[in-house]
Design a protein around this ligand. Sequence first.
Ligand code: GDP
Length: 557
Amino acid sequence: MARYSNDFECGPFLIRLNIYQKDFKEQRIMKYEKEINRRKSFAIISHPDAGKTTLTEKLLLFGGAIQTAGAVKSNKIKKHATSDFMEIERQRGISVATSVMSFEYKGNLINLLDTPGHKDFAEDTYRTLTAVDSVILVIDSVNGVEPQTRRLMEVCSMRATPVIVFINKMDRDGKNRFDLLEEIEAELKISLHPMTWPINSGKEFKGVYNLHDKSLRLFTASTKADDEDVVAIGDLSSPVLQQKVGDRDADLLREDVELIDGVYGALNPADYLSGKIAPVFFGSAVNNFGVQEMLDTFIQIAPTPRDRDTNVRKVQAGEDKFSGFIFKIHANLDPKHRDRIAFMRVCSGKFERNKYYKHVRLDKEVRFTNPYTFLARSKDIVEDAYPGDVVGLFDTGNFKIGDTLTEGEKFYFTGIPTFSPEIFKELVNKDPMKTKQLEKGIQQLTDEGVAQLFTQFGGNKKIIGCVGDLQFEVIQYRLLQEYGAACEFRTLPFYKACWLTSNDKNKLNDFLRYKQQNAAEDKDGSPVYLAQSEWFLNTEITNNPDITFHFTNEVNK
Ligand code: GDP
């Protein structure tokens, strides 16, 4: 890579990134620069069982946030409990406490945002991804790319989120390493850049070779975080390599590395930051192997709080004035503790307890006497928070997903997508005396993001769309408990909702009229086509070239 005067060596990298940060700094003097520059907010994402919880725990151990292994409870909802949503809610309640785990590592303040493992809560995960600046994607070396991996990556790609890939479970007989990289690149449509390279897998797994600092880390189960097993191998032809891994594996590694160097070259951090290239690490989370290498790289290259788009202008993280948005709302179903917590990501300035802020949608001044941070061990009242931080705000029904708080300016943060639900049911009122309560209840629950509400075009049939069946049970229960409204659901034959736009208003209106049975409006009055099957959807797309069918929608348009 050509060198610029601003480049400097930082561990394995030639940091071109510095150029950007320099320009950035010259544009303005940032009041909270120190706080912003030491923060990294990210999420670990994976298909269930790939090792997200295990990796989280190891990262927290490095950060000193926990002392013992086993301290992080999996927020995975136990399989046997899938029909018992109260139990699931109880577990979700526990997971609220660990929604954000903050820890210090080598002078950095790292905010790790947790994402639910259960697929019925996938929307929660997608929204959490709007609040982070980068992600670590865990892939099981045996199973490779799995359905949830694919969907999560789609969301990351939409937002050009920087991704680091951790290929886990190298202590098991996994797929061939080259095949695996090829599969990930093809299926997830991202270019990879190996940072470490494994020597075998399963019982034969001998360790990883660090391609940048040219050192070998030998595999021992339950490796401690020290450098005992790291051997510097300046030159791969060195006999030390044979001594450590044997003739056959030494030769194999030499061949592999020659091939990799030829194909990948050096990593340009700018390509990682723009979401084009994902650095890849191989390891074994349960054995704490390969984790520190990844964490050390993460703190060097992962982005600090990024600037954010709004409907009016770009908000820079370093601006003096506070702004933030709500990306998740958690309602407690326990009738004894019926509280709601709105999760707010700070985007700029400094958030302070007891200070008045503008709730832009409601055009109202609000203040928070007990905002709290989420730490791995406890919930603490927070006095102030900076860009990249997440604050929990007690809410009595004032917030919906995407709501923006500012020091007075009027704008909404954009880039908070809604995805098509997968199950659609008609909401049937069972008690006409409680129609008003039902209306209010369903409006509020859909504001929280529990489900999406559509109204049939030209009628008033209410259609609820969810990602999982579980949410229908939750809605029925909450409407009765919280609003005194009894309802039932009637299954509808739809499989997807597409938002429609067109430059030709008449064509769009004609389409909606002809397709009344499949046409609806979402909560904001945007037209939606409800497709029975992929075949119908493709047919309509082909037959209506003047109409655009969108698979996602923006919360704040
Ligand atoms: P999550 O669903 O992604 O949070 O996955 P977990 O962290 O709960 O891990 C799922 C299972 O895989 C658990 O039984 C872990 O002990 C196991 N596991 C995690 N990492 C490794 C690894 O590196 N090697 C092996 N063999 N098992 C692992």
